[in-house]
Design a protein around this ligand. Sequence first.
Ligand code: 13P
Ligand code: 13P
Ligand code: MG
Ligand code: MG
Length: 375
Amino acid sequence: MVKTTVSVIKADVGSVAGHTCPTREMIEYARKKLSEARDSKLIKSYHVYSVGDDIGLVMTHERGEDDPEVHKLAWDIFREITEKVSKPLKLYAAGQDLLKNAFSGNIKGMGPGVAELEFEERSSDPIIVFAADKTSPAAWNLILYRIFADPSNTAGLVIDPILHDGFIFEVMDLIEGKVVRLKTPEETYDLLSLIGTINRYVISRVYRAKDNEPAASASTTRLSYIAGKYVGKDDPVLIVRAQAGFPAVGEILSAFAIPHLVPGWMRGSHYGPLMPVSFRKKQNVISYFDGPPRVVAMGWQISNGILVGVEGEEPVDLFEDPVWEYSRELATKVAIYMRTMGEIMPARIEIEEMEYTTLPKVMEKLKGRFIQVGK
Ligand code: 13P
Ligand code: 13P
Ligand code: MG
Ligand code: MG
């Protein structure tokens, strides 16, 4: 049976009013290109979204993950938007996430974020794509733990016989470039030991333990590691399959109810709450201290390789429900509270994460002025 692949490839290639949002022309350009790619049968369906200053391409096809043609399509779109729209208009940080020049078969490691999930369609296959701005892949650690391993979030872990067998988490060591697979519930504490260290260990994929069926896939790019300096946050994406042997949509969304603190926000150097926002209400435009970090949730059915939304490929806006206003209010309060601490940790991120900022220069300047004590 032919498998369907959902590919989400995203990049920040320039924005209006600082790191706020892309122009409509940029989005339209991406739509036109993806429409042509669908007509030429490279992809089967698509949706273009934005969150904060990031543009995302959601594409379905039957070419599998890491397909050079699909990756090249995305790379060319981001390059062309940069050259034809962002640069001529002097948009802010035009081409920000395009860190390499020549495309060589895979967009991973070139700057844009990638999450892909290939699977055999069930009789009905709901999916959610989460897209965040002003944060890093670490933002998903607690979320994925809550969804797939925390029975106080996901009732199905207790009461659905398929979920009861647990899940396998693939955790990536961003420094060593290695992955380790951990099975919950048996290895829950080992999993937590790793993923608590958010700047090193991030969850890249989740599989259902019963049959190894792919359940979730996250983007794990570290832009600063590729560029050798701070160029912007990674602003990650996440694909999650739902219902009938996977956590229900409502269980998946529950994980976002109490906004947790994530690294990112202003200059990628602060901890702020991850605010779940509605894209239909246009809450995906960041403003306060370049944030706070936020996330949109787009829901579809995958049907014969096509994205089925509420109207054509237009997704359900899953954080539109008034219940999320409470979460947004809480996130606002936490954001304002965190700002009262200024540049004092833990409001500001750790020194290791600041290595590409002014701090090493400050240390260099003061080096000779440190006097030994206690001798
Ligand atoms: P599924 O069995 O399809 O996951 O449905 C469970 C449910 O109704 C909660 O949403
Ligand atoms: P982005 O990573 O979203 O471009 O934000 C960069 C930044 O420094 C915001 O203050
Ligand atoms: Mg930006
Ligand atoms: Mg961004």
